[in-house]
Design a protein around this ligand. Structure first.
Ligand code: NDP
Length: 246
């Protein structure tokens, strides 16, 4: 298990689903953890309570990942609350479906704003605070590498963009001893993609293990990458998808 004692982490979109599991896993490994959220203040507070139950400092910050000023304020607030920053997890993301011919411009803009620009701006704001041993882990999707259904083109494109962002940023920050990686979940049981949802059966047809993953499955990989044992890993993307892309 990773030892994150003394580390300070920020998880974007940590109020629900995968982000909430990551925040709690990092805290269990010893980190002090700040989370951002867009609207779910009550759920964010429940996650903070769970972090504090692990004996760590926890803080929830309302910061919309679609808004540049809020992202910058969110990172600044996290740094102030935790006394610095060692780990950034870019988890906040949205899903909107629709074929290219018909998807609304509003949906295209929202997907690009949160899933791409939000990740770039949070990383940009965090970098000056990260020292040697720093970590940036972004949550992509198995759809970054394969697009098995029509209607997911723009969402998949936003996640593919993070592959080159991760690789390029790994080269920029490698000389400073900071690693940059990506975890690509497959079907994971959350509000975004419930295991009993109407799209579940179509997804399971591609899944080698025959079941959805849990948010903890993703959190385990993120916590490993955030830890000292992963010090030689950078510029890489890791599928946690039950063999969906196999
Ligand atoms: P959920 O919709 O269950 O949770 C999303 C979280 O992100 C919430 O905490 C939400 O906050 C936050 N969030 C959403 N929009 C914003 C925003 N504009 N600003 C700040 N926070 C925001 O999603 P998942 O947990 O399923 O997804 C997490 C990540 O994993 C996403 O990047 C997603 O694309 C990716 N992913 C998920 C898969 C799945 O099957 N579930 C598969 C592959 C990738 P609030 O509660 O305030 O709304």
């Amino acid at each position: 298990m990773s030892d994150l004692s003394g580390k300070r982490a920020l998880v974007t979109g940590g109020s629900r689903g995968i982000g909430a599991a990551i925040a709690q896993s990092l805290a269990k490994a010893g980190a002090e953890v700040a989370i951002t959220y867009a609207g779910s203040a009550d759920k964010a507070e429940a996650v903070v309570k769970a972090i504090k139950a692990s004996g760590r400092k926890g803080v929830a910050i309302k910061a919309d990942s679609a808004d540049a000023a809020q992202i910058e304020r969110g990172v600044k607030s996290a740094v102030e609350a935790l006394g610095g920053l060692d780990i950034l997890v870019n988890n906040a993301g949205i899903a909107r479906a629709g074929e290219v011919e018909t998807i609304s411009i509003e949906d295209i803009d929202a997907l690009l704003a949160v899933n791409v620009r939000g990740v770039v701006l949070a990383s940009r704001a965090a970098i000056p605070h990260l020292g040697k041993g720093g970590r940036i882990v972004s949550i992509g999707s198995n759809l970054a590498e394969r697009v098995p259904f029509p209607g997911l083109t723009i969402y998949s494109m936003t996640k593919s963009a993070l592959l080159s962002f991760t690789r390029g940023l790994a080269r920029e920050l490698g000389p400073r001893g900071i690693t940059v990686n990506m975890v690509n979940p497959g079907s994971t049981d959350t509000d975004m993609n419930p295991a009993d949802g109407e799209m579940a059966a179509a997804q399971l047809a591609h899944n080698a293990l025959g079941h959805f993953g849990t948010p903890d499955d993703i959190a385990n990989m993120v916590t490993y990458l955030a830890g000292p044992q992963a010090k030689q890993i950078t510029g890489a993307a890791f599928l946690v998808d039950g063999g969906f892309n196999a």
